[in-house]
Write a new protein. Structure first.
Length: 254
């Protein structure tokens, strides 16, 4: 069994062939898929897919940092409404992203902090997105962490030292398609970790791994990530799949 711990395969990118995409994932051995939310506009699509196959799809609820705009308070009200309405398996996708634009820097910090507080209140793990923002995100995590916060820094592209800081705080490292990119250097970072420290993810439809780089990503492509991680650790693919799936099952309680 393989678990894709971060996939947006409910999105409009899959209009017209979502059924085929889902079937290819199951055919590839992906038995469970975590679905992170983006903002109020993505909730219905996500929940529709999650309800289509309970036990295979596991929804998260959160506000993505790049969706934090002038209406962030209204967006947060929607997030809190849904958390109070039904079961979710994590608060996500949340975090800080200063790569494209830091116009709403204070608002991003506020919504990240508030969603960490919601994670504590609902006893849920978090799926954290950081881009050009690691130090800020870690500061807020440390300020909010009462010992109960846990989760994953998804699609992590930082240094090995930063990864070890994350792991020391009880979080996992999300390893996605970038680990297969020849000059990205993520393989060297992962090599300094342990399989028990990582989760596998695709972040579909983004960041498709080699040999599909540049194409629309999908959960079935996680097999290429699995193979690369197996090569990095020199551990059989079945063992990497078993270890990382156990990590995911324990973190998300699925």
């Amino acid at each position: 069994m393989i678990i894709d711990t971060h996939s947006h395969i409910y999105s409009e990118d899959y209009n017209g062939d979502m059924g085929e995409v889902v079937q290819r994932a199951f055919d590839a051995g992906v038995e469970k898929i975590l679905l992170p939310n983006i903002d109020s506009s993505s909730i219905k699509m996500m929940l529709d897919l999650a309800s289509s196959r309970p036990g295979s799809f596991f929804p998260m609820m959160g506000l993505h940092p790049t969706s934090v705009k002038e209406d962030y308070r209204e967006e947060m009200e929607v997030i809190e409404y849904w958390l109070n309405k039904q079961k979710f398996y994590a608060i996500g996708e949340i975090g800080i992203d200063f790569y494209w634009d830091d116009t709403f820097r204070k608002e991003q910090e506020y919504t990240f902090r508030r969603q960490l507080q919601l994670a504590k209140a609902y006893n849920l793990p978090v799926s954290i997105h950081t881009r050009n923002s690691f130090e800020v995100a870690m500061r807020i995590v440390d300020e909010e962490n009462n010992g109960s916060l846990t989760g994953v820094f998804h699609c992590f592209t930082g240094t090995a030292d930063q990864a070890k800081e994350i792991i020391a705080r009880g979080f996992k490292i999300g390893v996605g398609g970038i680990v297969t990119f020849k000059n990205a250097g993520i393989d060297k970072m992962v090599a300094q970790l342990s399989p028990e420290d990582i989760l596998l993810e695709t972040d579909s439809p983004y960041l498709a791994p080699v040999p599909n780089r540049g194409k629309r990503n999908e959960s079935s492509y996680i097999v290429h990530i699995l193979k690369k991680v197996s090569d990095i650790f020199d551990i059989p693919e079945n063992d990497i799949a078993r270890i990382t799936s156990k990590n995911a099952e324990q973190l998300f309680k699925i």
